[in-house]
Design a protein around this ligand. Sequence first.
Ligand SMILES: Cc1ncc(COP(=O)(O)O)c(C=O)c1O
Length: 406
Amino acid sequence: MELQAVEKSQAASSINNASECAKKIENEGFPKDFPATTKFANSEFPFVIIRLDRIIQNLSWIARSSRAMTILNNFMQRSAVPATTFDLLLVRRGETDEVKRQRNGIIKTMRVYLNGKIVDSRDAVVSVFDHGFLYGDGIYETMRVYDGVVFRLDQHIRRLFRSASLIGLSIPLDVDRLRIAIYETLIANALRKAYIRLTVSRGRGPIGLDPSLCAEPTVVIVAQELKEYPGSLYKNGIHLIISETRRNSKEAIDPHIKSLNFLNNILAKIEAKKKGAYEAIMLNVNGHLAEGTISNIFFYKDNMLCTPSAECGILDGITRGVVIELARTEGMRVREGKFTVKDIYAAGEVFLTNTTMEVMPVSNIDDRRYTVGSVSKLLRKLYREEVNAYISDVKAEGPSLWGENQ
Ligand SMILES: Cc1ncc(COP(=O)(O)O)c(C=O)c1O
């Protein structure tokens, strides 16, 4: 789609040079009457200044609509993006081949969102005094992007805010700004099929546990091309162990906090690797099944889909929630409860869930063997259908960014 010419504001028309205008905006902010988009046809190269905040302010649909993203991506295919901030996306068009090559270089270098700015990954550095680094004091989310749309974005954001509130951390961005920041990071990396990691740490402060030592949280968003798990794993299933490492009790560190403090899970992962397994199942301190190091666990036994309940001390995975919904809709009996190793050893099928692996069948737990059976195959298929339906809904939503008659 071609960007339509947009009327220039007085403020913009008084500055003929686009880069001068961009600099002025970066230093002083947007003049009051600056329109959503401004085209500078009389520059050496035509420039377009797109005022993201104006476009998005009352249209939080950008976060749910890949249409806006498609349009911005179309620009990016032809454009260098010398600066992106919350308020300003400066797109240069009509570039020479030389500039195009540079632009390809820019896009090939990973760009990272760091505290309100998109920076080159080499410049995305955090202080050694950041309490996230010193103490694991912070939270995160992992999201998956399908065809330019973040699956269940609002649920991830809600969980991030819940984690923040459970550790008394105030995220310096509201929900809309977080959505924009996530999409901005995707756009800056020209990604449509991606893995996103959003981290909020307590921030930089003197050594000492007291969170009030840190004035400002650090916010980082990394988006990278998603490397899918090999198809052979879905076909044959993965090998698990029951770990000796117990899951943190919810009275100690509530697993509902998706925290940077991951040593509990790392110790279990080390154990799994030593035993040649792919993932470890952790029991809680009462000996009930809890979860994997980065996944939730399901098993099928006596015509019932079983999964440890929230009281067992687990992260309530977003994928887990979707799978439970799908199974119930399909008429399966689902039980969230307290289960033992004996229960899972006696199951016919076992699978894991998480955002990036979706539904992953299990071939072994310790010496027990399982078949990759019809239940995990069906739920994997239904999960994919749910993803596709969600992506289509999001794409169908929202007004067009630039209407035909603008
Ligand atoms: C400990 C733990 N449990 C479960 C999950 C699965 O959660 P989700 O389905 O939201 O990715 C994760 C994901 O990272 C995790 O770290």
